[in-house]
Design a protein around this ligand. Structure first.
Ligand SMILES: [Mg+2]
Length: 370
């Protein structure tokens, strides 16, 4: 049998308009601007990966990510596919903190490998695909914005609400109250994106309790380095605390477990790469830590890849895979999520099942053709 060789690889910037700005306590996205990476095998099968660049959260930039992925393309071309672990390891060393670039390389390699094996990506993580039901996010805004967004979410059939908070205590309280009323019995998740202190968070939760509102989870209430604050909220409130920005490595996850700093972790490929995300999820499960699957501002390609991990591995109590609902343009083919937020991956035949729309005039940079 001929060895399976990566014949081509390349990267390019990938942009899409959003239906509305995505505002959080840490900044906002007006446009999706990511980097797309591909590898092609000697037989012609292609795999795709996406690096979602969230400069205001991680400090990574599009030029740096593109440069790294062009370099990765040059490194990958000509290598054999079974060298996947070595290629990923080299990228990890070379990219440093540019984790979204690593995520794109690993995603593309996993996509092409599972396409080659004619199996859906979830099979790499488990034996059956669980059906996932995503929440939908109400971004920062005024009370009327919150009400309008919550009603729209309910109308489309989504039954869990994620509310961005953390910039304005009083306004946030009013927004959450309005949304909780519309949500009725549906769970409400809060995400402060590091915007509060521990004392503010405890007060916020107390105020909500007075209104008989109990969020199902509160995500990253305090600054990512404030481990003591995170642990304080966990200790002193009845709420389930989920660490997002605080857990960006396996070491962070171990620290969280040791210090009992939070009861849940938001797993995102872009923080750690795909392989480490899997490792962190397995570690958390072993220690009884609850799991959320989340993404940055990503297209259905990377979001569906994340869905494969959660569906295959199982044990994810919180599903935050709503980014595709914020895109005003369709730049991918293949869709496994319904309008009401149900991800069903049973029908994926091979790989992620989602590919970029090919559009003429879009050049792949750093492409090596052997
Ligand atoms: Mg978050």
């Amino acid at each position: 049998m001929k060895p399976l060789v990566i014949r081509k690889a390349g990267a390019r910037i990938w942009r899409a308009k959003l239906s509305a700005p995505f505002s959080t306590a840490k900044g906002r996205h007006d446009l999706l601007e990511n980097v797309l990476f591909f590898v092609e095998l000697s037989g012609g099968i292609r795999g795709f990966g996406e690096a979602a660049v969230a400069t205001h959260i991680t400090g990574e930039t599009v030029p740096e990510t593109l440069k790294n992925l062009k370099e990765a393309a040059r490194q990958a071309a000509g290598r054999s596919l079974p060298e996947f672990p070595e290629i990923a390891e080299q990228c990890k060393e070379k990219f440093g903190k540019n984790k979204c670039a690593l995520a794109a390389v690993e995603m593309a390699l996993l996509d092409v490998l599972t396409r080659h094996k004619k199996m859906p990506l979830w099979r790499a993580f488990g034996t059956r695909p669980r059906t996932l039901r995503t929440d939908m996010t109400v971004v920062l805004g005024d009370v009327t914005d919150a009400e309008t967004a919550a009603r729209a979410i309910l109308r489309r059939g989504i039954r869990s609400f994620k509310v961005k908070i953390g910039r304005n205590f009083g306004l946030d309280l009013k927004r959450v109250a309005v949304i909780a009323k519309i949500a009725g019995k549906c769970p409400v998740y809060l995400d402060a994106n590091q915007g509060f202190t521990a004392v503010q968070t405890l007060k916020f939760l107390k105020e909500l309790a007075r209104l008989k509102i109990r969020p199902a989870v509160i995500e990253q209430p305090v600054s990512k380095g404030d481990w003591e604050g995170l642990a304080k909220v966990t200790r002193e409130s009845k709420a389930l605390v989920c660490a997002d920005e605080s857990v960006a490595s396996i070491e962070d996850a171990k620290r969280l477990i040791k210090e009992k700093a939070a009861g849940a972790i938001n797993i995102k490929f872009m923080k750690t790469g795909v392989l480490k995300a899997y490792e962190i999820a397995c570690l958390a499960k072993r220690h009884g830590i609850k799991l959320m699957i989340g993404t940055m501002m990503e297209t259905p390609l990377a979001v569906t890849a994340a869905a494969h991990l959660a569906a295959g591995l199982g044990g994810f109590d919180f599903v935050d895979l709503d980014a595709p609902f914020f895109m005003a343009e369709k730049i991918t083919r293949g869709n496994f999520v319904t309008r009401s937020g149900v991800y069903d991956l049973h029908k994926v035949r091979a790989g992620i099942g989602v590919v970029p729309h090919s559009r003429p005039g879009l050049e792949w940079e750093g492409e090596e053709v052997l």
